[in-house]
Design a protein around this ligand. Structure first.
Ligand code: PRF
Ligand code: ZN
Length: 372
């Protein structure tokens, strides 16, 4: 796809910076992608995403947009980035993962996945071909191949079957594409078995996708195992294509992923936690509802220059939380997303300066202070 390009810029150990060019603009990597499941990053406007948060690409979900408003509706509005007035790069997940985690159970066959809508219970079916058809209607700059993500722990035999099916579905996803203005990424599976991860990486990277993702992590395994498998998997991924770790994770996870050579991340954590009153700061997590903040005039994070931290006290944010005010959710989401985007920006700078390892060590140490 010639309207999509990845340039590897600097490397520092295995960490790397790069530039992704898409029809809707450029993305500096490593990057965090805020999740806009139904086409909106919950409570946050596109202007805030751009000006206050520094987001460069947002994510939408095939499954949700197919159900509502319908992918044909999005297509008629000129595609997702125009429909939601974001007008910048977008990525859609392929739907399989959301079907497995949200829809009422489903039958997986080689043909595709049968499931019931979580909205009205109606019977639906998504195959690799159908996922690509829907994703082409949604029109994101980056589409994802249709894959099967197994929850962990799972029997090795099942992990093997899902991995083989993911390979067949990857080829079918690749062959189903009929547009040339959208990139398509393949997804590596293989559970937490190193030999399977190597096989899956070799299978998926044998198909000339525009980029490659690591799926099937952060689905029930221990954190050190997740890091080990992520580190192992990037070893088998091409250096000249973007690498995307799907649905991960905490600020700590991003720092580790970057050290293994991951370029892209997405997670609902900053937005979902914000709506639950949990804030990420340079000194660890902070629960805004706690009584101890009642009289605090300190910002959430003294090291943060987001709109929330520049203007509001912990005491006021606690009050908004207690009162169930929407503004509280908005201000918390603004801060958490700003924190994530500024973390990856600082990581990019550290890589360019060749000091990533030190940066990571110091940042992790400061975040583990906690106690706030
Ligand atoms: N596959 C897809 N989307 C995903 C995942 C996956 O394995 C994950 C796993 N962390 C999150 N989102 N298609
Ligand atoms: Zn802030």
């Amino acid at each position: 796809m010639d309207k999509f390009n990845f340039t590897l810029e600097e490397t520092d150990g295995r960490a790397r910076t790069g530039l992704i060019e898409t029809p809707h603009g450029n993305i500096e990597t490593p990057i965090f992608m805020p999740v806009g499941t139904v086409g909106s990053v919950k409570t946050i406007s596109p202007a805030e995403l751009t000006d206050d948060i520094g987001a460069q690409i947002i994510l939408g979900n095939t499954y949700h947009l197919h159900l509502r408003p319908g992918d044909e509706v999005v297509a008629k509005h000129g595609g997702l980035a125009k429909f939601n007035s974001w007008n910048k790069p977008t990525l859609t997940d392929s739907g399989g993962f959301q079907v497995f985690s949200l829809a009422e159970m489903n039958k997986i066959t080689d043909e595709g996945v049968h499931f019931r809508s979580h909205l009205d219970g109606s019977r639906l079916f998504i195959s690799p071909e159908e996922s690509i058809r829907i994703q082409q209607n949604i029109g994101a700059d980056i589409m994802m191949a249709f894959d099967e993500c197994v929850s962990l722990p799972s029997e090795r035999q099942y992990v093997v079957e899902a991995m083989e099916r993911t390979y067949r579905w990857a080829q079918r996803s690749f062959d189903a594409r009929t547009r040339d203005d959208q990139a398509l990424f393949g997804i590596i599976q293989g559970g937490v078995e190193k030999d399977l991860r190597k096989i899956s990486a070799e299978q998926i990277t044998s198909i000339p996708f525009d980029g490659f993702a690591i799926g099937g992590l952060s689905v029930g395994e221990e954190i050190p195992v997740m890091y080990d498998i992520c580190s192992h998997t990037t070893e088998f991924m091409p250096k000249d294509k973007p690498r995307y770790l799907m649905g991960v994770g905490t600020p700590q996870d991003l720092l580790h992923g970057i050290s293994y050579g991951v370029d892209m991340f997405d997670c609902v954590m900053p937005t979902r936690n914000a709506r639950n009153g949990l804030l990420f700061t340079s000194r660890g997590k902070l629960h805004i509802k706690r009584k101890e903040w009642e009289l605090s005039d300190a910002p959430v994070d003294a090291n943060c220059n987001c709109y929330t931290c520049r203007n509001f006290s912990r005491g006021y944010l606690r009050h908004l939380w207690k009162a169930g005010e929407y503004l509280g959710m908005r201000l918390n989401s603004l801060h958490n997303l700003h924190f994530y985007l500024s973390l990856v920006k600082r990581a990019r700078n550290a890589i360019k300066l060749g000091v990533y390892n030190n940066f990571m060590k110091e940042t992790l140490e400061e975040m583990s202070v906690g106690g706030e």
